[in-house]
Design a protein around this ligand. Structure first.
Ligand code: PLP
Length: 422
């Protein structure tokens, strides 16, 4: 795909005119800087607040006041089933059957619960492949899972590192590492999109390679969810988890979610830690001994729905339902490409974009590695109303989010690079 972009405001505005998602930004609250909306490029860290969230919170508080315990059935969105209203939207976003997804808990908790089910090491098949420099929470989770089963993390965890002088992993190296691990490999567990470089891994090929050596394959979708289109069911991914506060705009610590492929979810032999909410609904309230798992991912639930932690999720998914992940992706490809084009026109600063250039290997993020001055540039951007993300030692991460960022936003953002006084 190649575009012929222009580096001027009129051109950026003309792209906004053609953007069918342009008005979606009006559904969100933008933080203010000197009386104007900030240039918000941190949606990969915390998405913006949907304007409808406040009204929905008021409504749920009112229903609680009005109904007390009867709200489980009488509330307009009955709390008893509150979690189930998300499954259709989530299934569309990740490419799954409705029964394969459920909104529950928070991300790292879910990662542990899924590893309990899908990392079942034996004396000979006990290794896990993950990417080096994965988000620390994932590293800690995988390490402690390995220790829990009596293995040594240094030996059991195979960390994939980019080749010398490169920032991203090559597909062929990932597939080779999986083949090399062979029948010692229990599980591949990688971020779908790496939080630092923004690299989107080849999920279907990785899954295929894992299965070819008899291992299972799971992904942490934290940076992929609501960002890139996926087909988890058709790709035959075994399990996945995500958080909802990044591209899904569902608020700090908002309810997370999981995907479990039908072949595992509908199999009563699949081990899962049980709680009453995962029990089959018809017998849940019989309060009897003997866990009978519900169908699908819902059986991984433990507790009744944390309604107040799900309200912003509802307001956000309502917006996702008005469009589609494919429409968002279409804009995202153009928006990220335009941002990259403008950044490459910058002459007065020395930085390298370490995110892959190929559109199919990235989502809505560009990571800029500075030779020097990175921190000074970042502070200058902040003073001028940009919200971006700083990662030690020298990286500025920006996320042009198709849901609410405009072409004008990215134009104004890159213009600040050109006026940087240092
Ligand atoms: C954001 C993120 C987390 C955060 O985990 P929480 O349990 O939500 O605090 C974990 N892993 C990855 C890959 C992330 O990007």
């Amino acid at each position: 795909m190649s575009y012929t972009f222009e580096n001027n405001l009129e051109y950026a505005l003309s792209l906004d005119d053609m953007d069918i998602l342009h008005s979606y930004r009006e559904r969100f609250h933008f933080p203010q800087h000197e009386g104007e909306d900030v240039l918000y490029f941190c949606g990969n860290s915390l998405g913006l607040q949907p304007r409808s969230a406040s009204w929905l919170f008021q409504k749920e508080l009112a229903d609680w006041a009005k109904y007390g315990v009867e709200g489980h059935f009488q509330a307009e969105n009955p709390w008893m089933y509150y979690h189930s209203q998300f499954s259709e939207s989530l299934a569309r976003i990740v490419g799954a059957d409705v029964s394969e997804v459920v909104a529950m808990n928070t991300l790292t908790v879910n990662l542990h619960l899924l590893m309990i089910s899908f990392y079942r090491p034996t004396a000979t098949r006990y290794k896990i492949i993950m990417e080096a420099g994965a988000f620390p929470s994932d590293q800690y989770a995988i390490e402690t899972q390995v220790v829990m089963h009596g293995f040594n993390p240094n030996e059991a965890i195979i960390e994939l590192t980019p080749r010398a002088g490169e920032h991203c992993l090559r597909d062929e190296d990932i597939l080779q590492a999986i083949a090399d691990a062979g029948d010692s490999l229990a599980c591949v567990m990688m971020g779908a999109v790496n939080y630092y470089t923004g690299q989107w891994f080849n999920m279907p090929e990785i899954t295929k390679a894992a299965h070819a050596v008899g291992a299972l394959c799971g992904f942490d979708l934290a940076h992929a969810m609501g960002n890139v289109p996926m087909h988890l069911h058709d790709w035959d991914v075994d399990f996945a988890c995500w958080c909802s506060y990044k591209y899904l705009n569902s608020g700090p610590g908002g309810v997370a979610g999981i995907f479990v492929h039908q072949k595992h979810g509908d199999n009563p032999e699949t081990f899962r830690l049980a709680g009453w909410w995962g029990n089959e609904e018809t017998t849940r309230f019989k309060m009897k001994k003997g866990f009978v798992p519900a169908k699908g991912a819902a059986s991984w639930q433990m507790s009744n729905a944390p309604v107040f932690n799900m309200i912003a999720h509802k307001s956000s998914l309502d917006i996702f339902d008005k469009t589609s992940i494919d429409t968002l992706r279409e804009k995202s490809l153009l928006l990220t490409a335009y941002t990259e084009y403008l950044l490459k026109e910058v002459k007065n600063l020395d930085f390298e974009i370490i995110t892959p250039e190929e559109p199919q290997r990235r989502g809505a993020q560009l990571s800029l590695l500075f030779k020097d001055k990175g921190r000074v540039v970042f502070d200058y951007l902040t003073e001028n109303g940009v919200v971006a993300d700083w990662r030690e030692p020298n990286v500025i991460r920006i996320a042009p989010v198709p849901m609410y960022n405009s072409f004008e936003d990215v134009y104004r953002f890159v213009s600040l690079f050109n006026t940087f006084p240092g």
